[in-house]
Design a binder for this molecule. Structure first.
Ligand SMILES: [Ca+2]
Length: 453
């Protein structure tokens, strides 16, 4: 990686000192799958009920301008885990552009879980720091017998789907428990008795119970409300005059909400309410199409796209007594900031120097950070082919192909990215083009064709 594209981690010592205590904080990172920003009551949803997530927002900080790591699943998770954007992280699309096969994290890719274990663990596999780590749900960053397995990337405990196609069924016949393939007997012979996301929630509650005296990092990533649209029960939605998919989708969102309620109740029951930072988000932009729900709000396009609909996600951060209850922030940040943020709050030193993100802890505690820091995404395939997006302050830039013309949108005046104002803002275009020139490296699995000039 060229030296210029590396960004050294700047420790915000003051913030770390402020939060330092005998026991570092616990982190619970809850991530829905394909949920849209506007599916949640706290973002204006009227038809789908999400009381627990709404309460989380009223007790914490809600972000209006937060972004996933990528426009689709696997790369977004790679960005989240490595703290590198899609121009640097190992998994940049759901499949290799070269072979069509799955791409796994490399053995030397360091994840949040490894970072929280501390340098001692990385160097000597000596678990001296004591952060207990778990992921329950969807991984997407390595198949069996590859270098990309959760247990080889800092997670003590893992239960769920390795493969994203496998995750399309909510009643799987097996799931992975660490490196063992575990049969789900209740789903054999066409039975549908074990809903995968319910199992993940059960594991999450059990994990919190067992680790109430350890600092822990729980990455809870159920597969709702991703297609296919099937919920174990429709509840109050059964009587609605909606298409079946819409009833099931709403029930899946509300089921996700119930998991949040159960996790919050468990944290309280274990006396961890004051020392646990809980995040809620979604892994990429929404995708469900039923007009009355308004899943995409005013945003242009949806999951997979370069425009705001591809990457804008809900984000809530709640930490009782630390983060101001009921606050709202429009600070633009994204998944590659999560690793440096958690490392900062846990007071972990020596995070990888190839991390692209910054700690957003100051924002969480009500301080102001530079809103003009550029944020970067790249995507491959789909109807748009290779494309790049940049958010910089009020501006959003989109480019199709490495040497395509830059489209520019002013999000403050045009949330739906309908009017390309590049021609009238040559200075902004120039700045963003200069940023784009040095912000990424090529990757063997994701070749990008350059047009002949
Ligand atoms: Ca997804």
């Amino acid at each position: 990686m060229p030296l210029l594209t590396r960004r050294a981690f700047l420790s915000t010592a003051a913030v770390a000192a402020q939060t330092r205590r005998k026991q570092p904080p616990n982190f619970v990172f809850i991530m829905a799958d394909d949920m849209g920003v506007f599916d949640l009551g706290c973002y204006g949803q009227k038809l789908i009920r999400t009381p627990n997530i709404d309460r989380l927002a009223s007790e914490g900080m809600r972000f209006t301008d937060c972004y996933s790591g990528a426009t689709v699943c696997a790369p977004s998770r790679s960005v989240l885990m490595t703290g590198q954007h899609t121009g640097h992280t190992t998994v940049r699309w759901n499949a290799s552009v070269r072979t069509g096969g799955r791409v796994a994290l490399k053995a030397d890719d360091l994840t949040i879980a490894q970072v929280l274990k501390g340098p001692e663990w990385r160097d000597a596999f000596d678990d001296t720091r004591g952060y207990a780590t778990a992921i329950f749900g969807k991984w997407g960053l390595g198949e069996p017998d590859t270098t990309g397995l959760p247990n080889d990337h800092g997670f003590d405990e893992w239960y769920g789907f390795l493969n994203q196609q496998h995750a399309h069924s909510h009643y799987p016949k097996y799931l992975w428990r660490n490196k063992t393939r575990e049969t789900i007997h209740g789903n054999l012979n066409d039975q549908r008795r074990e809903y995968a996301s319910d199992l993940f929630c059960r594991e999450a509650l059990h994990f919190i119970d067992r680790h109430r005296y350890d600092p822990f990092f729980l990455y809870f990533t159920p597969t709702v409300p991703h297609a296919k649209f099937e919920a174990p029960e429709l509840g109050g939605y059964a009587k609605e005059n909606w298409p079946d998919d819409a009833k099931n989708y709403a029930a899946m969102v509300t089921r996700m909400d119930s998991y949040v309620g159960r996790i919050m109740a468990k944290l309280k029951e274990c006396g961890l309410d004051d020392n646990t930072l809980v995040f809620f988000t979604s892994d990429n932009g929404g995708t469900f199409e039923y007009k009355p729900f308004g899943t995409m709000g005013p945003l242009r396009d949806r999951k997979g796209a370069a425009y705001e609909g591809g990457t804008r996600v809900p984000m809530i951060a709640r930490w009782n007594g630390k983060i101001k209850a009921g606050s709202v922030s429009d600070f633009p940040w994204t998944f590659y900031d999560v690793l440096p943020t958690l490392a900062d709050l846990a007071d972990v030193r020596g995070i990888p120097n190839n991390v692209d993100g910054i700690s957003v802890a100051p924002t969480l505690f009500g301080k102001t950070q530079d809103p003009n820091r550029p944020l970067y995404w790249e995507s491959f395939g789909g109807k748009e082919g290779f494309h790049q997006s940049v958010r910089r302050g009020r501006w959003k830039a989109v480019r199709h192909g490495l040497d395509g013309p830059l489209e520019l949108y002013d999000l403050t005046a045009d949330a739906g990215e309908a009017r390309n104002v590049a021609a009238a803002n040559a200075d902004v275009v120039k700045k963003i083009e200069a940023y784009l020139a040095g912000c990424r490296t090529d990757a063997v699995e994701y070749p990008v064709a350059r047009r002949r000039r």
